[in-house]
Design a protein. Sequence first.
Length: 186
Amino acid sequence: MRSAGLERPAWGRGRRAFLGGAAAALALAPFGRLWARASECRSLDLVHAHTGESLSCEYFRAGGYHLPTLDKVNHFLRDFRTGDVHPIDPRLLDILYAVRCTSGCDAPFQVVSGYRSPHTNALLRRFSRGVAEHSLHMEGRAIDVRIDGFPTGQLHTIGLSLRRGGVGYYPASDFVHLDTGRVRFW
């Protein structure tokens, strides 16, 4: 039994209850964000710089990736030199979507390079030191893009700020490389 002088004040019990409730709310916050993202739709507009083809697609809806649309993306980002098609990492599309949202620009991405077959990658390596021997392009995990009318240097800065993978800046060729590898830049 406590003496009257050691009795915990009423505000102390309320404060502890409040803090316990706040801790529970914080613990559930990630689930709230996941729930909000589950209904999110993500779309992209792409134009291929070499083939002239364009693709407008909603690749994510109702909490998941839309597989028939991902098949269209795989075909669109094929190795245009050989015609080889390879699965594209959907996280790469999410990076493009985040870049688009961050930039506030609705113009389509101009795709310079998507998937590259090992044959094409080896060919390009003969002519450029900027092509990696084990390029993530060969795994469908990299893309080179620009946006007409949007500064490529600013596109580079946005890519860096996302911290979602590799970001390369090629000002002379006017494109930015984005990939789903480890966070790095050049």
